[in-house]
Design a protein around this ligand. Structure first.
Ligand code: MG
Length: 393
């Protein structure tokens, strides 16, 4: 498939500037940068992107200096996705933009924070971190004179919105249509989605081992880890444990990514979608793993769900994080004057328009944007000065 294509050029089924559905607020083109490159650059310059460095992936940011944060996770996702995009002739700028933006809407303290905020927002339409990432780039970033948000292209926004409830999809117009009609997003969006999974499954193995929450023996229950670990051990009897772990994780990523390229390439050669619109019309994604690799990858994911994310030390951290997010939400909802002025003004304005739901949405936007350390110090100041830091100990 690569043979007939110049390196760096895109295949007909890739997203392109010519076939783009454009921006919500039309803008003149930039003389040096393409539209998707510009999207990527806007994301990198956003405040929400800078905050990702202080947001938990699994381990709280100040748990230690070597764990992944949302920022380094997003960079790893982009790295994996760009490799695959290059091999398949997809648009590397677009896939990178989607990957760097995909977690912008995450709350502080990872999934514990998201669950807490979703529960707080249940009477007001709920909270989905995916939809929140879209809110960040569409509305919440306040940087440009001519429009709210980052005014990204349709294709970047389509990729950021990985999933969405039907109720929310109906309110999103063109962007929500595919969830109602069960259609596909462009290939770059499909790729970013699976690159996210590959990145976190593998780096959580590395972080879990580093934290002592997992052992190599336990991970040996999964074929993907065991086969790669045994191969590395046989080939390198004397290397350090750290290098052994890294070589194993490296082998796991390489195995899965190679299968992703091979299998997706075959699917593209069978279907031969004429362009991105033809990709969107299909009833199943074309970017994905073959059945055998998918099984090995899924087994690893299931193992991590049972052993790492449900580890008693992770759950203890999560319980404290839950209290912090819920406590802050309730405090600000009771008295919006506790929020910075622009958030307070927005809460009052939206309360006038849509009542309690509007006020709650403004509070949720503020709390969701917080970093771990900001949320922790705000909670200590406003709710309980004696709470322990939500670390795993
Ligand atoms: Mg992610």
């Amino acid at each position: 498939m690569n043979g007939s294509r110049q390196p760096g050029t895109c295949a007909p089924y890739a997203a392109s500037a010519a076939a783009s559905r454009g921006r919500l607020h039309p803008e003149p083109e930039h003389p040096y940068r393409g539209i998707f490159q510009r999207d990527r650059d806007r994301i990198i310059h956003s405040a929400a992107f800078r905050r990702l460095v202080y947001k938990t992936q699994v381990f709280v940011n100040h748990e230690g200096d070597h764990y992944r944060t949302r920022l380094t996770h997003s960079l790893e996702v982009a790295q994996i996705a760009r490799t695959v995009a290059g091999a398949l002739g997809l648009n590397e700028h677009l896939v990178e933009a989607i990957c760097l933006a995909h977690d912008l809407g995450h709350t502080p303290f990872g999934h514990a924070g998201q669950d807490a905020l979703n529960r707080c927002m249940a009477p007001f339409g709920g909270f989905e971190h995916n939809l929140q990432s879209l809110r960040v780039v569409d509305e919440l970033e306040d940087r440009y004179a001519a429009f709210p948000g980052l005014n990204l292209t349709f294709e970047s926004r389509e990729g950021i919105l990985k999933h969405c409830s039907k109720r929310n999809a109906r309110a999103l117009g063109e962007l929500g249509e595919r969830f109602l009609q069960r259609r596909q997003p462009g290939l770059e969006a499909q790729l970013a989605n699976i690159a996210d999974e590959i990145a976190y499954n593998n780096h959580d193995v590395d972080d879990g081992l580093r934290a002592g929450l997992l052992t190599e023996e336990e991970l040996g229950a999964t074929d993907l880890f065991r086969d790669n670990h045994e191969r590395v051990r046989t080939q390198n009897a004397t290397i350090s444990r750290r290098a052994m772990i890294h070589e194993t994780v490296r082998g796991m990523i390489n195995e899965i990514v190679t299968d992703l390229i091979t299998h997706s390439c075959a699917a593209l050669e069978t279907q031969v979608p004429a362009d991105i619109e033809a990709v969107r019309e299909l009833d199943a994604p074309l970017i994905g793993l073959g059945p055998a690799a998918d099984k090995r990858h899924r087994a690893l994911k299931q193992f991590l769900h049972g052993s790492l994310y449900q580890h008693e030390r992770v759950l203890a951290m999560s319980a404290r994080a839950h209290d912090i997010v819920q406590g802050l939400f309730e405090r600000y909802l009771n008295d919006v004057r506790e929020m910075p002025k622009d958030h307070m003004r927005r809460a009052r304005e939206w309360a006038e328009q849509t009542g309690d739901a509007g006020r709650a949405r403004a509070v949720a936007d503020y709390v969701a944007g917080m970093t771990d350390r900001y949320a922790y110090s705000a909670y200590r100041r406003l709710v309980d000065a004696d709470i322990d830091e939500p670390l795993m100990g």
